[in-house]
Design a protein around this ligand. Structure first.
Ligand SMILES: O=c1ccn([C@@H]2O[C@H](COP(=O)(O)O)[C@@H](O)[C@H]2O)c(=O)[nH]1
Length: 274
């Protein structure tokens, strides 16, 4: 099954646009789960978050840096395996933002799709199409290219005029055009820039957009949905990580994460109904 089809099924099955981000920071993991520097503590925490929030999520997005920094790559493998086994139908987007020459990109793709068994990845398109092509070899996997990122400094390069259009607009046009050889591409566009999000949506039709920036980064849910929703599909995976993960450090950490995930899903639903 293609990633886009899996995503459509996930949107339908969950009736949710919420992507729960998995960014485990040892300093913020509840002490009751064990020694913060133990990679197995990271796994216990993330597994608990996944199980508590799965009823409200269309996707999960582990950020690879948090696992690598905690020497928890084996635990990331186990976590993704757990999502596939315990919550089939919820795709996993591995956020690595890799980007390199073709030969190296091929290794990165093997890491993401074979080692970690991710359903989709984030990729930095800065090095051009030959750096993206190896990611497209697994036809059933999705690839989200960084387009208009959620951080303020994203404007430094992405807003530059490149011959009558802004760089992020060029990325969007290429991704919706001849770069999208097998219909596997999506784009990363920040919720913190609703005008740019609307512009990208206008350029790419129904293409899936991974939209970080609500929650801890302060993006407005109503403005995000108004700007970025598709016409025929929800069209977006709206990511929230820290606001859900660290809703409580107490013994109720899993319940608190579930509550914030449910509230966020409901706010996204209300915005879509307007
Ligand atoms: O433009 C981007 C691209 C990726 N991210 C990632 O999303 C989450 C956001 O976490 P919050 O805690 O909800 O702020 C994080 O993993 C980032 O690396 C992004 O924020 N912006």
């Amino acid at each position: 099954m293609s990633f886009v089809l899996s995503l459509r099924k996930a949107w339908e099955g969950s009736q949710s646009m919420l992507c729960v981000g998995l960014d485990p920071d040892p300093a913020k993991i509840p002490a009751s789960l064990g020694e913060p520097d133990d990679p197995d503590t990271v796994l216990r925490f993330c597994r608990g978050i996944v199980d508590a929030t799965a009823p409200f999520a269309c996707t999960f997005k582990p950020q690879i840096a948090y696992f690598a920094a905690a020497r928890a790559e084996g635990q990331l493998e186990a976590l993704i395996h757990h999502v596939h086994r315990a919550h089939p139908g919820i795709p996993v987007v591995l956020d690595g933002k890799r980007g390199d020459i073709g030969a190296t990109a091929e290794r990165y793709a093997i890491e993401a799709f074979e080692r970690y068994q991710a359903d989709a990845v984030t990729v930095n398109p800065y090095m051009g199409f030959d750096s993206i092509e190896p990611w497209l070899a697994g036809r059933d996997r999705g690839v989200f290219l960084l387009c208009r990122t959620s951080n303020p400094g994203g404007s430094d390069l992405q807003a530059l005029d490149v011959g009558g259009e802004r760089l992020f607009e060029r990325v969007a046009r290429l991704a919706a055009g001849h770069w999208n050889t097998n219909g596997q591409l999506g784009l990363v566009v920040g919720a913190t820039f609703p005008e740019e999000l609307a512009r990208v949506r206008a350029l790419v039709g129904e293409m899936p957009l991974l939209v970080p920036g609500i929650g801890a980064q302060g993006g407005d849910i109503d403005a995000t949905v108004a700007a970025g929703a598709g016409r025929a599909t929800p069209g977006m995976l709206v990511n929230s990580s820290r606001a859900i993960l660290y809703a409580s450090k107490g013994p109720d950490w899993a319940e608190a994460a579930a509550r914030v995930a449910r509230e966020t899903r409901d706010a996204l639903r209300r915005a879509a109904a307007r």
